[in-house]
Design a protein around this ligand. Structure first.
Ligand code: LLP
Length: 382
């Protein structure tokens, strides 16, 4: 909660900055922990959502594993306390250097996306005299009903292995002596809010299970990836973690001894973060009033890149309601956080919170226009 007291403290901190409410993060992790215990699922936090070292340390302290997409993420996860044996390495374009470093660190599993990648992992594992465990990322051809840039499991996606290639993959595996197939991996997209999408994924997984069983191939794990959305309209609302776990529990038919893995990112960190900014100028446009703030698309690129909606609050005004276009200072017209939204009368110096920014906010920041990176401030520091 950003209350009056917190607002007073914000006034003394140079803006923009990311504010992380640790009570919110921990409340979310408490639910994850409880659901994990009950279901027996293994949760790997998708580090790409937020790799802030303090956030990683808190998440690892709750016993989650990590889902990483680069050696640097793996190294950050290990430093934050995630055991290498609970780290998975995903990505459609893993470099040789990153694969070798991950093999050297003895991570749990590589989520593998193509035959050429399998060959390279096998070769690099043989150099280290190791057997790499892999899960095949399969493209299940399921429309995630989310923004097209974060849809990853349809026919034209670059991700995953096509089902028509599976016979060849299995044939290839028998000749690769330094990799061991342990599971199937999926990830159909992000910010998925229709639960029916996950049901479709479960059905598809059940069909694929039969494909493997009929070929006498045992799989230890089924990894359904991430994707659970959050409510950007209502930042105080916790993600539907309980409902999601119970859906997976009900609709995926695990075989005896199989374990279900999930890789949520946004659902864990999204609602704990806000980007805090100050209003620089109010400017008349032809048809609108611009509230120009000191945070820009370099701090939070989601609205510019995915036309994403984040709730925006003026924390320091309770005047009459007007409509504003809330924009940043960067030299791009896409540097717009929201158009024609209602805010209490807004003036220079007012403090603005852009909510639900704990996932893919700080992690996607850039220094375009040679702007400084917004620092992170935690609720227990102020
Ligand atoms: N697992 C895999 C293999 C992934 O590719 C991703 C996200 C996740 C898990 C975590 O997904 P989540 O639970 O956070 O939806 N920058 C975009 C999101 C890109 C997601 C990429 N992959 C955004 O700001 O919406």
């Amino acid at each position: 909660m950003i209350d009056k007291n917190t607002l007073e403290k914000f006034r003394d901190i140079p803006t923009p900055f990311y504010y992380y409410d640790l009570d919110v993060l921990e409340a979310t992790l408490d639910i994850v922990k409880k659901e994990t215990k009950q279901s027996g699922f293994k949760v790997h936090y998708a580090v790409k959502a937020n790799h802030n070292s303090r956030i990683l340390k808190i998440i690892s302290s709750y016993g989650l594993g990590a889902d990483c997409v680069s050696w640097n993420e793996i190294a950050a996860a290990i430093t934050a306390g995630f055991p290498p044996s609970e780290i998975v390495f995903a990505g459609v374009g893993k470099t040789d250097r990153d694969i070798s470093a991950a093999l050297n660190a003895d991570i749990f599993c590589f989520n593998c996306e193509s035959i050429p990648e399998m060959e390279v992992i096998d070769h690099l594992a043989s150099i280290q005299n190791k057997t790499a465990k892999i899960a095949l990322r399969i493209n299940p051809y399921i429309e995630a009903h989310t923004h097209k840039y974060i849809t990853t499991g349809i026919e034209e996606s670059k991700f995953g292995i096509n089902t028509w290639e599976l016979d060849e993959v299995i044939k290839k595996l028998s000749s690769l002596k330094n990799i061991k197939l342990i599971g199937m991996h999926f990830h159909i997209g992000s910010q998925i809010t229709r639960m029916s999408v996950f049901k479709s994924l479960c059905s598809r997984i059940n069909e694929l299970q039969e494909w493997f069983t009929s070929r006498s191939i045992d799989l230890e794990i089924i990894n359904v990836g991430g994707g659970l959305g959050i409510d950007y309209e209502n930042p105080e609302k916790a993600p539907l973690i309980r409902e999601y776990f119970s859906l997976l529990n009900e609709f995926i038919h695990l075989l005896p001894g199989q374990k279900l893995h999930i890789e949520p990112g946004r659902a864990i960190t999204g609602q704990c973060g806000s980007l805090i900014s100050k209003v620089l100028f109010i400017k008349n446009g032809s048809n609108t009033l611009f509230a120009i703030i000191d945070a820009g698309m370099t701090d939070l690129i989601r609205p510019a890149l995915y036309q994403a909606h984040h709730k925006i609050e003026n924390l320091s005004s309770n005047g009459s309601i007007y409509r504003y276009d809330v924009v940043g200072p960067v030299c791009e017209s896409s540097d717009t956080f929201a158009k024609y939204i209602e805010l209490p009368e807004t003036r220079r110096g007012d403090i603005i919170a852009i909510r639900s920014a704990g996932a893919y906010g700080e992690a996607m920041a850039s220094r375009y226009n040679l702007r400084d990176l917004a620092p992170a401030i935690f609720s227990d520091e102020i």
